[in-house]
Design a protein around this ligand. Structure first.
Ligand code: OOG
Ligand code: NI
Length: 461
């Protein structure tokens, strides 16, 4: 993967992720408190739950855990999105998945830029949830034109960043000096600017249409709006947040607590009120955009497992009148737990029923014995063991909940528009990758690895 003279994209991503974390820690001090809480909880889980620790060591996830982050940004135009795709490509990050937030009343659609191969993910799983504002969903024509014109006048990349992206594309990589410079220059795109690009009145107009529109349109760039560490026990973090002066949102998004976590559970704290300077004399105002989030990642689910998850989640939500909130949080969590009793909480069952993706490891006994046979036989004999593949992506219903908890007020429940993956991919300049295919490939590579190690005469899949 690495070419002599060039820094590997994985190393650039790992360094960029760290640089982003340092910048955000300075910009949002509460993020620092959150990192401390997550580190405490993770240390406690590792000390008190040997089975969790054992699995983290077996898969190597222990090495990526402490530095694992995802961020989120929102852009305004196709050109911005397409250039971002080129910027992320320098760091080995590709667009994976399509998320339509319109059904939840949020006028954006999104993808996640991330590494796609398990070895690259092991070096750095850094991901960025990237949303494109759907200007066509602004009803007021005058406002829509104002937004389009403001966006057409801004450049969210530095000259030097653009030159380095170009260099990466033509030369096939970046040297050490170029990589260092790229990290600094790319960071500029994600930095917070307290100077808005609009007057106080324009800001108000954009804001009145949708808070998100003001956030995307009224500023110089797509400031990173949160950076999320990964915890091993999100219920403990949620419970510990108030004690650290961090007010959590009402409910944890995603599946209920389980012995064997699946997909993704997320919670966040409310956006900060930040002072901003408008371009006119009247000057100073405030804007709420940036917040904190924590997540717990579990097993990646197969299409069958995902369909079961979606059904149980929908049923839990349907049983609740309205969105989960402070008022109905307990009822919601109880309903969720009840519904999800239909989802086996046992790895062997999840594997046998084809609900999750796994990776396989040859055991010491397996190596010692001249083992042969189909997979189930190797597993039963203790020659091969398995661990779930980590879910590396996002969940649209959860993402909508995170957006809404930080946009204030309830979003409209009606559909804003048809989902439009085609339009999104046109803006992006390329198709998004299918996450399910990526997990399947990863699982197959691990089976192939086992077959080679054991010198099997028959393939394992
Ligand atoms: C993105 C919200 C979604 C997640 O983790 O699901 C998200 C945003 O607010 O821009 O970050
Ligand atoms: Ni997030």
């Amino acid at each position: 993967m690495s070419t002599p003279g060039f820094v590997s994209p994985d190393a650039i991503r790992a360094r960029f992720s760290q640089a982003m974390s340092s910048m955000y820690r300075e910009e949002v001090p509460l993020y620092g408190s959150l990192l401390e809480l997550v580190a405490e909880v993770n240390a406690q889980v590792i000390a008190e739950r040997p089975e969790v620790a054992e699995s983290l060591y077996c898969t190597g996830e222990i090495e990526r855990l402490a530095g694992e982050r995802h961020g989120a940004i929102r852009v305004g135009t196709a050109a911005e999105l397409a250039t971002l795709a080129r910027l992320f490509a320098v760091m080995g990050m590709q667009p994976v998945g399509y998320y339509d937030l319109a059904p939840a009343g949020v006028p954006v659609h999104s993808t996640a830029f991330r590494a796609v191969h398990e070895q690259a993910l092991q070096v750095s799983p850094f991901r960025v949830f990237t949303s494109l504002l759907r200007l066509e969903l602004i009803e007021d024509a005058t406002l829509r034109e104002m937004a389009a014109s403001l966006l057409s006048r801004r450049t969210i990349f530095t000259e030097a960043a653009l030159a380095l992206i170009q260099c990466h594309e033509t030369e096939g990589g970046l040297t050490e000096d170029q990589a260092q410079s790229f990290i600094q220059q790319a960071l500029e795109t994600f930095r917070w600017h307290r100077e808005a690009t609009v007057t106080a009145e324009q800001y108000q107009q954009l804001h009145d249409q949708h808070r998100l529109i003001a956030d995307v349109v009224a500023f110089k760039g797509p400031h990173i709006n949160h950076l999320t560490p990964r915890t091993l026990d999100i219920d403990a973090v949620q419970a510990g947040m108030p004690g650290k002066g961090i007010p959590p949102k009402a409910v944890i998004e995603g599946p209920p607590p389980r012995k064997h976590p699946i997909l993704l559970r997320q919670t966040s704290f409310k956006a900060l009120q930040e002072r901003v300077a408008f371009t006119d004399q009247s000057g100073i105002g405030s804007h709420t955009a940036r917040f904190g989030e924590i997540e717990q990642r579990g097993a990646a689910l197969t299409p069958k497992g995902r369909a079961l998850y979606d059904r149980l989640l929908n049923e839990s939500r349907a049983a609740l009148a309205g969105f989960p909130s402070e008022a109905n949080a307990d009822t919601y969590m109880a309903t969720l737990a009840e519904q999800f009793s239909a989802f086996p909480d046992d790895l062997a069952q999840m594997r046998e029923q084809g609900l999750a993706f796994f990776r396989y490891f040859v055991t010491a006994e397996g190596l010692a014995a001249d083992a042969q046979g189909p997979l189930q036989q190797l597993i039963d004999a203790g020659h091969v063991r398995f661990e779930p593949l980590v879910y590396e992506d996002f969940l649209p219903v959860s993402a909508a909940g995170i957006f809404q908890s930080n946009l204030g007020g309830q979003a409209q429940a009606h559909d804003l528009a048809q989902s439009s993956q085609v339009a999104f991919e046109q803006a992006l300049g390329r198709p998004v990758l299918d996450e399910l295919a990526l997990y399947a490939e990863s699982e197959q590579r691990s089976l192939l690895g086992c077959a080679q190690l054991l010198k099997l005469r028959e393939p394992l899949f």
